[in-house]
Write a protein that binds this ligand. Structure first.
Ligand SMILES: NC(=O)c1ccc[n+]([C@@H]2O[C@H](COP(=O)([O-])OP(=O)(O)OC[C@H]3O[C@@H](n4cnc5c(N)ncnc54)[C@H](O)[C@@H]3O)[C@@H](O)[C@H]2O)c1
Length: 434
């Protein structure tokens, strides 16, 4: 149903790209184009025993990625809200993977409490790949259970979730655990190479930027008569801000992350517009289908972030950063113009698949070396920056990060029960408040 890759080449719609990516991903075997990390031959207590919570497109993809990342890894437990999703994933992976995939029936868990059961197993590494609204709660529980965490992006959809994550960040540190986030570009050599040069002053001082995630529509599921409102919404989680964060937070967060990385700080304010232009059917819940955000940084520099999910419109997924001495281009090509021109060596791998493996390699490496890696604060900053843009558009207000973080915003329903669940109205600038 869903994807292995968020990011696309500019010319591909996410939907088409996903089809290609999923075929490539599912067709792959454990034999990997990547070397296992040198010096890491796991055995005994060195074994990475993985539990997976959320077994859709990305959770299933991450299982393949981690098995390519290092030796001595075993997938031992899985959980999902829905039995059919879990079964589909288990059956497909059983056919394709060897003995490293070791998830018998008694280590398969279904339901909204499946995460507790997965965390209660003898695992030391958990992959969190449910809809993002659940992420802060699942990270907190995983850390309380003493597990190392791979947390898909974004890591929160509201202020309450961001606060929970900051507490978890400290807990992770205190316990000497590691957490790597699914903002995979942080582990992607082409991005790293350009960012290194931006930091080295190759384009002078950053004064502006333009980031784009203009792509097509995603999947949706027709209502089945036996589904309650909650089941319907959860199977179509993308279209509910409390589950997904809206597409600026769920999808364009990759570009927001590139921006935060390049500017070296989170934005302090945002002015934004957005709305529902094409995707107006109630089938698509209450999220927007386009946003444009003008982010402002503490030194007065600005970065524009534009994103849409509209079929038939031109796609563009790219980042450009403007400095006093040049410009840096990050995706789909990697180069710098100006005083110190540069372009990425052609021998560098630009397929994103590498990054999906590298992020697990980095996490495993940190665990085995006893050198904790904790990316939670960084990805939380990025997620908050995306939320800031969304809320500036939803409310129509020029919003500061300080105002946002001072609010008590908490979007996730307190209690989820398999029954009726109203759909909130579409946010209306001038009426909607934080
Ligand atoms: N890094 C990337 O490039 C990338 C790409 C795709 C998705 N993602 C992220 O991965 C996450 C999952 O996305 P996806 O595309 O795999 O979606 P998906 O719908 O394919 O999978 C989500 C799974 O979680 C299950 N689920 C829902 N609520 C749950 C709960 N409370 N407990 C347990 N299981 C639950 C669903 O039934 C489903 O099987 C999202 O955060 C998304 O943003 C990241």
């Amino acid at each position: 149903m869903s994807d292995q890759h968020d990011q696309t080449d500019a010319g591909l719609s996410r939907r088409n790209f996903l089809r290609t990516a999923t075929t490539a991903a599912v067709g792959a075997t454990v034999a990997s184009p990547f070397e296992a990390i040198p010096g890491l031959h796991a055995a005994g207590s060195d074994e990475i025993r993985v539990g997976v919570i959320g077994c859709g497109g990305r959770g299933s993809g991450a299982i393949r990625n981690i098995l390519q990342a290092a030796e001595g890894v075993r997938i031992v437990a899985m959980g999902d809200a829905f039995e059919d999703r879990l079964t589909k994933s288990v059956e497909s992976l059983t056919k394709r993977l060897g003995s490293q995939f070791d998830v018998p029936k008694d280590r398969q868990f279904v339901g909204l409490d499946a995460y507790e059961k997965v965390l209660a197993q003898d695992i030391n590494y958990v992959i969190l790949a449910t809809p993002p609204g659940f992420r802060p709660m699942h990270i907190k529980a995983a850390v309380a259970a003493g597990k190392h965490v791979f947390a898909e992006k974004p890591v929160c959809v509201d202020v309450a979730g961001a606060r929970t994550n900051l507490e978890s960040f400290e807990e992770i540190r205190k316990k000497g655990l590691s957490l790597v986030a699914g903002t995979q570009y942080r582990h992607f050599v082409p991005y790293i190479e350009v960012m290194k040069r931006i930091k080295d002053g190759s384009i002078g001082d950053l004064v502006a930027g333009q980031c784009y995630y203009n792509a097509g529509e995603l999947w949706s599921h027709e209502r089945q008569p036996q589904w309650t409102d909650l089941e319907y919404q959860l199977r179509n989680w993308y279209y509910y801000t409390y589950f997904s964060g809206d597409h600026l937070v769920e999808q364009a967060v990759h570009n927001v992350d590139a921006m935060v990385w390049a500017f070296g700080a989170a934005p302090v304010g945002a002015v934004a517009t957005g709305g529902r232009q094409v995707r107006t059917d109630p089938l698509f819940g209450h999220i927007y289908d386009h946003f444009t955000v003008d982010y402002e940084f503490a030194d007065g520099s600005h970065c524009m972030m534009m994103c849409r999910q509209q079929e038939g419109a031109d796609n563009k997924v790219a980042n450009e950063f403007v400095g006093t001495k040049g410009r840096a281009f990050v995706l789909p090509k990697y180069y710098i113009t100006g005083d110190r021109p540069w372009k990425l060596d052609q021998t560098v791998e630009t397929r994103l698949d590498n990054a999906y493996v590298q992020e697990h390699a980095a996490l495993i490496s940190s665990i085995r070396a006893g050198k904790p890696l904790n990316e939670l604060k960084q990805v939380n900053e990025t997620s908050v920056a995306a939320i800031l843009g969304r809320e500036a558009a939803y409310t129509g207000k020029a919003l500061t990060r300080e105002e946002l973080m001072a609010s008590e915003q908490s979007l996730m329903p307190e209690k989820l029960e398999w029954g009726p669940m109203a759909i909130p109205p579409v946010a209306m600038p001038g009426e909607t408040t934080l």
